[in-house]
Design a protein around this ligand. Sequence first.
Ligand SMILES: Nc1ncnc2c1ncn2[C@@H]1O[C@H](COP(=O)(O)OP(=O)(O)OP(=O)(O)O)[C@@H](O)[C@H]1O
Ligand SMILES: C[C@@](O)(CCOP(=O)(O)OP(=O)(O)O)CC(=O)O
Length: 419
Amino acid sequence: MAEEFQKWVLMVTAQTPTNIAVIKYWGKRDENLILAINDSISLTLDPTHLCTTTTVAVSPAFNQDRMWLNGKEISLSGGRYQNCLREIRARASDVEDKNRGIKIAKKDWENLHVHIASYNNFPTAAGLASSAAGFACLVYSLAKLMNVQEDNGKLSAIARQGSGSACRSLYGGFVKWVMGKEENGSDSIAVPLVDEKHWDELVIIISVVCSRQKETSSTSGMRETVETSALIEHRAKEVVPKRIIQMEEAIQKRDFATFTRLTCADSNQFHAVCLDTSPPIFYMNDTSHRIISCVEKWNRSEATPQVAYTFDAGPNAVLIARNRTSAALLLQRLLFYFPPNSETDLNSYVIGDKSILKDVGIQDIKDVEALPPPPEIKDPAQKYKGEISYFICTRPGRGPVLITDESQSLLHAETGLPK
Ligand SMILES: Nc1ncnc2c1ncn2[C@@H]1O[C@H](COP(=O)(O)OP(=O)(O)OP(=O)(O)O)[C@@H](O)[C@H]1O
Ligand SMILES: C[C@@](O)(CCOP(=O)(O)OP(=O)(O)O)CC(=O)O
């Protein structure tokens, strides 16, 4: 490239949602390519409340690939980052910005370095699937920068190599990760089932549980399960394939009762295979169990289920309510059982779509203290003050988007360094 072009910086910014599995992925048949032992299905969450924003930049002035996560420089030397970068670079095409006189030929990409800055609008590595939104955003933004001419399905197979669950964040709504059969993983991709508008009355309340316990990462946890659990084979071969078919049908028909039965059963079976692992893995804690009990009691007291629960590799509960009315009733119950610590204000205790609080007529802590016990409780109900850090209220969300407003980019247009 000619000397006079040495100073340009070309950038792309994208935003990608996170997702929660309703039929869980747990167990790999290939650790390096990240190939699952069963199909899984997830719901993409509204990026307004939970998302990753990533800016990627290329410039002949950069002398190495660099990345900053939430403002701090991190190493890109890990195999997962390297696999994603290599796969995207291999698919890069010519890029031209005539106005700025920039021309990058396909072959140039091998020698050009990138800067990546990423920001999660929710806690990283706290059991809220930051790796899913993060790797999906990394792959999506790099693909746009490098003019990769492949659809989101193909990109999902690359994001999968960053973190398995990331492949499902390439689409909005309900998404299936098809495990595939090929040894090279080419058919292990995400496919959209229905978009976020198909079942938009669903409301999601995430209960972020206070926990000091050290968790086993998903990656090592599922490896240990595959190595030591006899139950996992039965789950992957016999149980999940049937559930996938039933779940797809329930989603198509918006059949909340079947959806709830399958979602809760699959979460519980995932935690059962964790318990069947040697040594056993405990992701849920007493607070998680209390939330399950609250939801089960309420669902049983109603003619039809009001809310589904699901837990990933940690104690946080993801509660999916059938509509706003049941979400409001759920929030009343949650706030009754789990009032905040005295020093926490309501505004930081319920975050995301706070309008659900208004539906319940709760304006301040006094209203929380005055909540009556749920009618399905016979005995004087116990309260568990301070066991929950906060609640996030959200809804089904869309897939990745490009952000064209340059003021939102995370790198300086002139230097390509973090803002
Ligand atoms: N925005 C991001 N861009 C790229 N990588 C990210 C991003 N956010 C998180 N990651 C990667 O994901 C790792 C965190 O993944 P981890 O599985 O430990 O936590 P989590 O995904 O937040 O929680 P969980 O998997 O339990 O739901 C980080 O250490 C980092 O490597
Ligand atoms: C329990 C889960 O959240 C497990 C997610 O595992 P990861 O995708 O985090 O694991 P790696 O592929 O090793 O990165 C269930 C799910 O999301 O399907």
